[in-house]
Design a protein around this ligand. Sequence first.
Ligand SMILES: Nc1ncnc2c1ncn2[C@@H]1O[C@H](COP(=O)(O)OP(=O)(O)OP(=O)(O)O)[C@@H](O)[C@H]1O
Length: 256
Amino acid sequence: MAKTVLKTEGLTKHYGGIHALVDADFEVREGEHVAIVGDNGAGKSTFVRQITGVEQRTGGRIFFDGREVAFKGPLDAREAGMECVFQNLALADDLDVPANLFLGREKTLVNLGPFSILDKRAMRKATEEGLKRTGVRIPRLDFPIRRMSGGQRQGVAIARSATFASKLIIMDEPTAALGVQETAQVENIIRTLKAQGISLILISHNLRQVFDLADRIVVFRRGHIVANLRKEETDGSDIVAYITGVKTQNTAAAMM
Ligand SMILES: Nc1ncnc2c1ncn2[C@@H]1O[C@H](COP(=O)(O)OP(=O)(O)OP(=O)(O)O)[C@@H](O)[C@H]1O
C-alpha cells in the first residue's frame, strides 16, 4: 500500500463559539487524488487553513511526510513540500510568467539581498520545464500575466505549485471562475499531475469534476467529515445526500 503523505487526527478549529472544524480524521496517500466536497460554510477552507499553517488549530494532530508537524505559517508548509493553489490567484499582474513562477523564490546569480542579480535565464529554463511537465500551454512567457486568459493564469499558478511541491498540492476551487474550455484545460493539467504520481487535495463544488478526477471523495458537513468514500463505491446522488444531510436508502445507515 502507498505511503501516507498527509494525515490528520481529530483536527479541530473553533472561532469563538463557531465550531468550524470538529474532530477531522483525514488521510492522503502517495499519488492519490482526494476530493473534498461540502456546502458553503461546511469547513473545507478552514481545514485547508489548518493543515497549511495559515491558522493555528484548536486541537488535533497533523502528520506530513512521516512526521508530526506544527507549521507556524504557509512558508513552513511550502518548505516541507506542500503547495496550495487558492481561489483568488496570488499572481502579480505586471510580471511575466517566469517572474510569477519564482515569486519570492527567485534564482540569483549574485545574492546581495535587494541588490541581488537575478538569474533570468535559469528561471526561464526552469519555467519552460515546469510548464512542459504539467502540460500547461502558454504562448508567450514574456507577456505580463494581465494579458492572459483565466485558464492560462490558473495554469501558471498550478505550474508554480507543481514546480515546488515535492509532496502534496492542494487546490481550492481551481476552476470556479473559469469557462468551459478553460476548465477542461485545468482538468487536463490535473490528470497530468496524477500520471506523474503527485498527491492532490481538490476542493470543488463541481461533482462531475470530482468524479472525473478524484480517487476518493471526502464530504464535510457543518464542520464534520460525514463520508469518506472511494469513487467506485458511491455516486452523485449519495454524495449530494451526504452534503445536504437529506437521507437516502444508501446513506441513511451512515448518517445515524
Ligand atoms: N475567521 C473566521 N472567523 C469566524 N468564523 C469563521 C472564520 N472563518 C470561517 N468561519 C466560519 O466557519 C465555518 C466554515 O467556513 P469555511 O470557510 O471553512 O467553509 P467552506 O466549506 O470553505 O465554505 P465555502 O465553500 O463557502 O468556501 C463557517 O460557518 C464560517 O462562517
